[in-house]
Design a protein around this ligand. Sequence first.
Ligand code: 5AD
Ligand code: SF4
Length: 464
Amino acid sequence: MTQETASLTETPMPGANTRKVFIKTYGCQMNVYDSGRMADALAVDGYAPTEVMEEADLVLLNTCHIREKAAEKVYSALGRLREHKKARAAEGKEFMIGVAGCVAQAEGEEISRREPAVDVVLGPQTYHRLPQALQKARAGERVVDTEYALEDKFEHLPDPTKVIGKPRSVTAFLTVQEGCDKFCTFCVVPYTRGSEVSRPLSQLLTEARRLVDSGVRELTLLGQNVNAWHGEDEQGMAIGLGDLLYKLAQIPGLARLRYTTSHPRDMDDRLIEAHRDLRMLMPYLHLPVQSGSDRILKAMNRRHKASEYVALIERIRSVRPDIALSGDFIVGFPGETDQDFEDTMNLVREVNYAQAYSFKYSTRPGTPGADLPDHVAEDVKTERLARLQALLLEQQQAFMQSMIGKTIDLLLEKPGRMPGQLIGRSPWLQSVNVDAKSSQIGDIIQVRITAAGPNSLFAEVAEG
Ligand code: 5AD
Ligand code: SF4
């Protein structure tokens, strides 16, 4: 799943809440979703969210372990929080520190050993127990709960649409699948998020309907390996993500569907048909390939060849020609030669991405990649990453420029910076600024793109 840093932006709940929680989210969209659900669990316990750390009685770091840097950030943030805790204690005020997410899962006890100021450590499968964990911590216990809970956390979390004071949003994430059984040799996810588990169809339809009833118009289905989702339909027949999309598409009021992140091996025929048949399935696909070299793909245990990936993209484009492609790339995987890297550059030229994320290989202890010979020197990784990113940026900008003059549908999501301005999303996930005084958030309007910046577009309302 694509890694971005985001902090929870929620307005404080009105009323009797006395305590405040500040949640800092690192990493992927699933962590953003999880932070929202943790905030729901805490709201029931009387905590209101705040965006100001200094106001908080509880700080939760929802962490990412995917690369070394992501994990290091957590320890430096904890060092700063320890000092803040001391200052608050001197004033006689409570201040609790919680670590959740994938660093919590991977490091467990080690976190409290390295940073004794931490009160609770909760893995991604146990965060529904957060209120009880805080209660224990208040009684003086240091809580580390990183087991794979036997109960289904989703059954134990409050209904996200019933939490009073939650701001309404027209877009929402819905986790449909968690964990991964693919074991790519660079990746910690199978160890931190555990093996693949799909949420049952009925649970998903219920949550989706509730979200739509509360004003959501666009749903993004989330999973570390979302297209490995599988379940049973009402008749007990085995179904996959394609079928799930057809079912969700029937929910009245829902206008758009997306899903992320997919593995090329799980792009089955039904899912490709969904791209052909469902206009509300947005023409944007994040399909990581990681490398364009068959040798490296094999060493990464990706279980497909570069040519198979390119052929898959061609099939998807043949049924949905306007689809925009996004990907993830790793440069400098152990053993990567100049020629392997050139193969990646050539694959990028062949596919032509609208958007992409690229990283230097980061050794993760405990993964098979860590034990491979021929680790690539840091300066070689840096140079390769710069070249790859220059090419990807060129393609992204060409894609943005190609939008100018087009009339497109825009889902209005939030107010813009200027009065009368609104910000929406294009079907291709670009952020679009438009002067649309007579429209409202949640509307889908037709706009004409007038200009393109590096990361966003500008538009005017299309006439008639
Ligand atoms: N080093 C660098 N990048 C990594 N990713 C996953 N593990 C590593 C690692 N050890 C990247 C992959 C994945 C994305 C979420 O993060 O490209 O698709
Ligand atoms: Fe990690 Fe590979 Fe699973 Fe993606 S498919 S989460 S990269 S192991």
